[in-house]
Ligand binder design. Structure first.
Ligand SMILES: Cc1cc2nc3c(=O)[nH]c(=O)nc-3n(C[C@H](O)[C@H](O)[C@H](O)COP(=O)(O)OP(=O)(O)OC[C@H]3O[C@@H](n4cnc5c(N)ncnc54)[C@H](O)[C@@H]3O)c2cc1C
Length: 426
């Protein structure tokens, strides 16, 4: 436990949450359980496909501690960019906009910084199960957390050797790691075609077979406990000496504010800027394709060579991946989703046949792979909880707990120093 500085001298028991994705609804659940009166404002329905939280790969992994920007990342970038079906795409016209973020991303790949980020990730993620379980139990959806482990498969025999530093990081953070050969892969996952020669199995990881339903169920539970959900987009804030005093909605309505949580995912940077914090931020657009079929796959499986995730879901198989830099407003390029499906086909023993649906979502990305969980610099009644990037489902439950601790001005469950907004100041 660590205590948290910069507390407001006084704060109220009414909390307005702006943004009701996984971060917002987990915060709502923890706040209402701690006696706060809570309202969530969002134009989207919780769990609907407009939210990034709807279409992710479902990984709920306490052992997730590998930043996106690792030593040597720069040498892979040209290869990824040249491949039209590769995991990374930067729209040329968008490059000048994304460049400062990308430079910071590369700077985060220095080993000493990777060590710090990895430790911060582990500290945030390690309690994910214990923070979800009481909420899921209360919401009656415990089946949405499956503790089956996570499998990284390689098409070469010595694949894990190429990930030696990642494995070392995981082991040093106490994450259980097993190296499998081709026979052991087949025993664990008979659904996989015999193209994989080696694997890393992380037995303590978990998965959610329907992340959208999870958000909807947690929102439903929060509403049952008294949380008010309002459909609307926040367009601005009124500010006073002690922070934000009111929020404006797109319909022209105004809400008085006591305390405010900003959990607007990929849409957070502009709102934070109006509150006095400039945070380097990008939407890392990602895609999924769903095939209504049963491959027999049980464990979430990552193609380590091709950088996509295959997840067994309630409604079929989900193939998820890609990082695309082209901003918040460009229409999706569903060819990327199709490319994921094409790459996944040889992976299974059974043919991937069935109805197909495609989706694109906006990951809220900071350049150093960890979120901002902090109070706004110039508005001490505002709690930031955004920027969870590739790990927002994992971190949702823990972030919700921390948000309630901050709102109550109590010591927080983890040290929040690595997650401060001020870390980006030059
Ligand atoms: C392909 C893909 C695979 C992924 N796989 C995983 C995974 O396996 N595990 C994992 O942990 N994470 C994964 N992620 C990341 C994860 O989905 C995100 O980190 C997470 O969903 C972010 O949650 P959020 O609540 O911050 O954002 P969102 O779910 O996007 O919610 C933000 C909400 O804010 C609302 N909002 C925006 N602006 C305003 C405004 N002005 N006023 C009011 N409301 C507003 C939006 O309508 C939205 O509902 C994946 C993401 C993608 C794209």
């Amino acid at each position: 436990m660590s205590s948290y500085g910069n507390e407001p001298s006084a704060h109220g028991r009414k909390v307005t949450i702006v943004g009701g994705g996984i971060i917002g609804v987990c915060s709502a659940n923890y706040l209402v359980r701690n006696g706060f009166s809570v309202e969530v404002i969002d134009p989207a329905l919780p769990g609907s496909q407009d939210q990034c939280s709807f279409g992710n790969a479902g990984g709920i992994c306490p052992g997730s501690c590998i930043p996106n920007s690792m030593p040597g990342v720069l040498k892979n970038v040209p290869k990824w960019l040249m491949d039209p079906e590769g995991p990374l795409y930067v729209r040329l016209a968008y490059l000048p906009h994304a460049l400062p973020w990308l430079i910071r991303f590369l700077a985060a790949s220095r080993k000493p910084r990777v060590e710090e980020i990895s430790a911060a990730m582990r500290s945030l993620h390690r309690m994910t199960f214990e923070c979800y379980e009481p909420l899921m139990k209360e919401a009656g959806c415990e089946e949405l957390l499956q503790k089956r482990g996570q499998l990284f498969v390689y098409e070469s025999e010595n694949g894990p050797a190429g990930s030696a530093y990642s494995l070392d990081l995981r082991r040093r953070h106490g994450v259980k790691v097993e190296i499998l050969d081709a026979d052991e892969i087949r025993q664990l996952e008979p659904a996989l075609a015999p193209i994989f020669k080696s694997a890393v199995y992380l037995p303590e990881q978990g998965q959610c077979p329907n992340p959208g339903r999870l958000v909807a169920k947690l929102a439903e539970n929060a509403a049952r406990l008294g949380v008010r959900f309002t459909r609307g987009r926040v367009t601005g804030f009124d500010k006073g000496a002690s922070g934000v005093t009111g929020v404006w909605l797109d319909g022209g309505e105004r809400r008085e504010v006591d305390q405010l949580v900003l959990s607007t995912g990929a849409w957070s940077a502009d709102l934070a800027r109006t509150l006095g914090d400039r945070i380097p931020f990008e939407t890392e657009r990602g895609y999924h394709v769903m095939v209504k079929t049963d491959t027999g796959l049980r464990v979430q499986t990552i193609s380590a060579d091709r950088k996509f995730v295959a997840s067994p879901m309630e409604a079929g198989l989900r193939i998820a991946g890609n990082v695309e830099f082209s901003g918040l407003t460009m229409p999706p390029n569903m060819h990327r989703a199709d490319a994921l499906l094409k790459q996944a086909r040889p992976m299974f023993n059974r043919p991937l046949e069935g109805e197909v649906s495609r989706w694109m979502g906006h990951r809220p990305g900071t350049p150093d792979s960890i979120p901002v969980i902090d109070r706004a610099k110039k508005a001490s009644n505002v709690i930031y909880a955004f920027g969870h990037g590739h790990q927002g489902l994992i971190a949702g439950s823990v972030t919700g707990k921390i948000v309630a601790e901050l709102a109550a001005n109590r010591p927080t469950s983890i040290d929040l120093t690595p997650f401060r907004a001020s870390r980006f100041q030059l």
